[in-house]
Design a protein around this ligand. Structure first.
Ligand SMILES: [Zn+2]
Length: 382
């Protein structure tokens, strides 16, 4: 067999819909995809959306059937949802909720051979748009990426639901999305292969960069608005950056050190309970250190992410500079075979990652002190 020729490729969901009260149109957009939907949402989320989804399905002539989501996207949870889909004879499965529920639904929809829809109720990750799921062990450690031949047919985001959720979800989404451009830039420099299975396109690089620019411009006013559950133009722009642009940008632009370090951190029980975006932000600052990025760029990143409310020290994720054995385990997982660390434009060893991780404590503390920003508080896993 000959090696396939290298190609540039970009993949995307069939349709992206975003707006205040957009969930009232879920039925209408679903009828373009299937006629026998199964909704997957946990009890808390379902309570929030039940009335609007029911009304919207009724006016579209669709029956409402719901399976509960049990949280973390594990093998067991995915297999359970596949059975539920088969039992319901559904032709489209709609995940409503956070990143875990949506990742489990994508994987289950694919395995059951039907189409799938993401309806995130928070803007905490860029998972909803992609053609892959992250599968975790029952203990919450990273297990594997599962790739599908298609993205969701529909991604629908109701920005009022996003604004009604606790602001920490939006903050986490900023952490996930800020990594997108840093990782796409590294992938570009390395001429590496993206999650979409080819070389980066100019399109994906531009979308990743746009996500970064929109975040720097809109994150602080959007976070402030969401604290009061308001939907402003800044909120709309930030939600699009966190969900659509970051999703397209990471998938077709490439992941690199930041997400590899995130995946490594899931091996440290101290970090359990932290959001994906919080751990990714530690990955981003560590990637900048590994790159030997300009001092001003690193300073700006530390100051901005502190203002946003994201961690940039070990202290804030429950680790210490002296936890060398734990950090070694994290670094080994981050540089393991198949990890996206290999998309960095230079070789990165576990020892490099340990040093970079240990260095961010002193570096971020210094920058924060110089800028008059608060000292980090120690995180205790619960
Ligand atoms: Zn991510």
């Amino acid at each position: 067999m000959s090696t396939p020729v290298p190609v540039r490729t970009v993949i995307s969901p069939g349709r992206y819909v975003q707006g205040k009260d957009a969930i009232t149109r879920l039925g209408e957009f679903t009828t373009e995809i299937g006629s026998a939907p199964l909704v997957v949402a946990d009890d808390i989320v379902w309570e929030l959306v039940k009335d609007k989804v029911t009304a919207s399905f009724a006016s579209a002539g669709l029956e409402v059937r719901r399976e509960t989501s049990r949280g973390l996207a594990t093998k067991v949870e995915v297999d359970r949802l596949v059975e539920a889909i088969k039992e319901a004879k559904a032709d489209v499965v709609i995940g409503i909720g956070g990143g875990s529920a949506i990742d489990a639904v994508k994987s289950a929809g694919y395995l059951a051979g039907i189409r799938w829809v993401s309806t995130p109720t928070v803007a905490s990750t860029d998972a909803p748009t992609s053609a892959l799921s992250v599968i975790y062990t029952e203990d919450g450690a990273f297990e594997e990426y599962r790739f599908f031949p298609r993205n969701p047919d529909l991604v629908l985001v109701d920005t009022q639901l996003v604004a009604n959720a606790p602001v920490r979800f939006l903050v986490a989404g900023v952490g996930d999305a800020l990594a997108t451009w840093l990782e796409a830039r590294a992938t570009q420099r390395a001429h590496a292969t993206t999650m979409a299975g080819g070389q980066q396109t100019e399109t994906a690089a531009a979308l990743a960069r746009l996500s970064w620019d929109l975040i720097w411009e809109n994150a602080l006013p959007a976070i402030s608005a969401v604290r009061d559950h308001l939907v402003t133009p800044a909120v709309e722009k930030l939600v699009e950056a966190n969900t659509l642009l970051s999703g397209l940008g990471f998938e077709s632009g490439g992941l690199a050190a930041a997400h590899a370090i995130h995946n490594g951190l899931t091996a440290a029980p101290q970090t359990h309970g932290l959001t994906h975006g919080q751990k990714v932000n530690i990955g981003s600052i560590t990637q900048l250190v590994l790159e030997g990025a300009p001092t001003q760029e690193i300073r700006d990143f530390i100051i901005f992410t502190t203002r946003v409310g994201l961690p940039n020290t070990l202290t804030e994720i429950g680790l210490k500079v002296s936890d060398v054995a734990d950090l070694q385990r994290v670094a080994e997982a981050a540089t393991a075979e198949g990890e996206t660390m290999s998309n960095m434009p230079f070789p990165v060893t576990a020892a490099d990652v340990v040093d970079a991780l240990r260095s961010i404590e002193g570096l971020s503390r210094q920058v924060r002190a110089d800028a008059g920003l608060p000292e980090p508080e120690f995180y205790t896993a619960h």
